[in-house]
Design a binder for this molecule. Structure first.
Ligand code: DAH
Length: 347
């Protein structure tokens, strides 16, 4: 019967089909396995096949499908194997590897590390302490009792006390709290710096943030003097800002020091920006300092009759912003890699 010959003919075509590329493989798939394949119309012929031959015819048609599928899978596997081989052959084992992206140091860390190494050179060691402090070490021991008006100078994040306890915990508002801890735990002479993060409940803007970094300094000995402090701070300013840097001390007030001062460095008035950031004076405040108040020594177990000391505290973000001409403090806390990558070469 003619229709059986047709099946045989297609079978012959499937076996003889030249498949030698991805394109011919696809053409084969469309021709014999696609939605409009040439086996399909034969199924419609079923109704013209005499009943006693229907079964045989059906089997032959299915066989066609199976053959086409097998051929397709076989050639496909061969082509894939070949292309893997080609890829392996073109793999250059001696090509230089792609470089791994290295992180960069954060400008705050860069400045902080410089401050630390400047003071380490003259014998200060690093003291680190907790960021969750209690009221005593942050305020009261530092001569700032509860009703002291100076508490308003720093807006504080207080922690909720869950267990019944009389200890009020807070996020330290300054690294001066480390002074109290160090004095309690060690005997003079004391010569430490305390770098770290501090928190204040302030509205975030281009100029202020609710978190920032400070480096505290504390020097206690038998005859520590205001002159020692001034010389130490002059040394710092010249190491940090260049050998010709000028400083000035302005009288100020802090509860924990008496007398107290603020230190300015001479920034200059060369450019318009210099005028802007120094408010036309050429001077820039970088730290607070003073002679440790005898009350503080007493609170922390050191005899003020025997010992005197000086202390200072400086902000790090401010100095980083000056050095790298960063106009918005928020950039320092957003961790935007486009910003941070600019410090790849900074030391
Ligand atoms: N703790 C002060 C502040 O955060 C800074 C300061 C001033 C620290 C004078 C000192 C100091 O040790 O003597 O504003």
């Amino acid at each position: 019967m003619e229709i059986f010959d047709k099946v045989e003919e297609i079978k012959g075509q499937i076996n003889a089909y030249t498949i030698d590329s991805v394109e011919t493989l696809e053409a084969f798939r469309i021709q014999y396995l696609g939605t409009k394949n040439s086996i399909k119309p034969l199924f419609a012929e079923m109704r013209n096949v005499p009943n006693e031959q229907k079964k045989e015819f059906g089997q032959k048609l299915n066989e066609l499908k199976v053959i086409a599928e097998a051929r397709y899978e076989e050639v496909k596997a061969g082509i894939e194997q070949q292309s893997n081989k080609d890829a392996a052959a073109s793999l250059d084992l001696f090509a230089p590897g792609s470089t791994l992206g290295q992180g960069t140091r954060h400008p705050v860390s860069i400045v902080m590390d410089r401050v630390i190494s400047i003071f380490e050179k003259i014998g200060f060691s690093v003291a680190e302490e907790r960021e969750i402090e209690d009221d005593w070490h942050n305020f009261t021991a530092m001569n700032t009792p509860e009703d002291h008006p100076a508490r308003d100078m720093q807006d504080t994040f207080y922690l909720k006390t869950e267990v019944k306890s009389d200890i009020q915990r807070l996020l330290r508002t300054h690294t001066s709290s480390v002074q109290a801890r160090v004095m309690e735990n060690s005997k003079p002479p004391i010569r430490i710096i305390a770098p770290g993060r501090v928190y204040r409940n302030e509205t975030i803007s281009a100029r202020s943030h609710c978190q920032f970094h400070q480096v505290e300094g504390l020097y206690i000995d038998k005859k520590a003097s205001f002159a020692d402090m001034k010389q130490t701070l002059l040394y710092y300013a010249r190491e940090m800002y260049g050998p010709d840097t000028k400083i000035r001390l302005r009288p100020s007030y802090f509860p924990f020091t008496e007398p107290s001062a603020e230190m300015d460095v001479y920034w200059g008035l060369k450019t318009e920006t210099d005028h802007k950031i120094t408010k036309g004076t050429g001077w820039l405040e970088i730290l607070g300092c003073g002679m440790v108040d005898p009350n503080v020594l007493k609170n922390c177990g050191i005899d003020p009759e025997e010992y005197t000391g000086f202390a200072f505290g400086m902000g790090i973000e401010r100095q980083a912003m000056l050095q790298y001409k960063i106009s918005d403090i928020r950039l320092l806390f957003e961790n935007d890699v486009r910003f941070l990558n600019q410090f790849a070469a900074a030391k």
